[in-house]
Design a protein around this ligand. Structure first.
Ligand SMILES: Cc1cc2nc3c(=O)[nH]c(=O)nc-3n(C[C@H](O)[C@H](O)[C@H](O)COP(=O)(O)O)c2cc1C
Length: 264
């Protein structure tokens, strides 16, 4: 399996370059650091022959020092980290290296949970990951639970997703979409007709609150899904969402999976 997943944490522009400063700009730096480690003689002579003036400017930044430190520690802890930049065959896909972007809910979809050009910019900036996994996206209106998270149900949403896949594919990236219904982690204000969230069992979460248009709200006890509803409310929506993802030109999908032990 791919060796690492690096979620992005820093959205601020880089203080030196003014460019968006994200982990996958960092992937490029990390890859160059890795290459320079392969050339100790070059390093010993104090030359960074492979670095452009722009990169020499970027390297001393706090962020790159942090990455160097992570790289150094990771090399110490994981002797076969050298594999990180070797190709990986994942079914029909040939990944150029093994750094995968983890799915990260960003809550930045537009009205009606349609992905926007801002989301396309965000994912395009991360296309140098060997595989980008798009944030969890709802497969049915009842599966909506985090305000401004995206859906892939309506034609309008599918059109929005096309902007994202275009942005990643233009840069040669591979892009999967994560699909979910949120189950009980929702709120009537996000549900069709203000209904109760639907979940496998009628058990309210103990600690988690719902991200609603009016801020975080306590979650009511959900309605339990009937066995007879599994086909229409789970199986069919997942199938249709996978078809929609294909229409939007994603390279693949996979379901959101919360470990059974997760106590929320
Ligand atoms: C803000 C945020 C949003 C996340 N959204 C998702 C998501 O949509 N789908 C998912 O499977 N995991 C999601 N995760 C979990 C991350 O993908 C990742 O598994 C988790 O942060 C553990 O990795 P780490 O130890 O490197 O932080 C999210 C995590 C964070 C911090």
């Amino acid at each position: 399996m791919p060796a690492l997943a690096l979620p992005c944490r820093n959205q601020a522009p880089h203080h030196n370059t003014g460019r968006p400063h994200d982990q996958f700009h960092a992937v490029d730096s990390l890859q160059r650091l890795h290459s320079s480690h392969k050339h100790p003689k070059t390093q010993a002579r104090g030359r960074r022959s492979k670095l452009s003036p722009h990169e020499s400017l970027v390297l001393p930044s706090k962020e790159n020092l942090r990455i160097s430190l992570h790289y150094f520690l990771a090399m110490k802890m994981t002797p076969d980290l050298g594999k990180l930049f070797t190709p990986y065959v994942m079914g029909p896909f040939k990944l150029p290296h093994r750094i995968v972007m983890a799915p990260l809910t960003r809550l930045r979809a537009g009205p009606r949970q349609v992905p926007t050009p801002l989301n396309a910019l965000y994912y395009g900036q991360r296309a140098s990951a060997a595989l980008v996994i798009g944030e969890a996206t709802y497969v049915a209106p009842e599966g909506y639970g985090y305000c401004d998270s995206p859906g892939i149900v309506t034609d309008e949403q599918v059109e929005g997703h096309k902007l994202l896949t275009q942005a990643v594919h233009d840069k040669g990236g591979l892009f999967f979409l994560q699909l979910w219904p949120v189950g009980r982690i929702s709120h009537p204000s996000l549900q069709p007709n203000g209904q109760l969230p639907v979940a496998p069992s009628a058990i309210a979460p103990k600690t988690v609150r719902a991200a609603t248009p009016d801020g975080y709200q306590p979650i009511p006890t959900p309605r339990a899904l009937e066995t007879a509803e599994i086909q229409s409310m789970v199986v069919e929506p997942f199938k249709q969402a996978a078809r929609n993802a294909k229409r939007a030109a994603y390279d693949g999908t996979f379901p959101f999976h919360l470990p059974c032990s997760a106590e929320v």
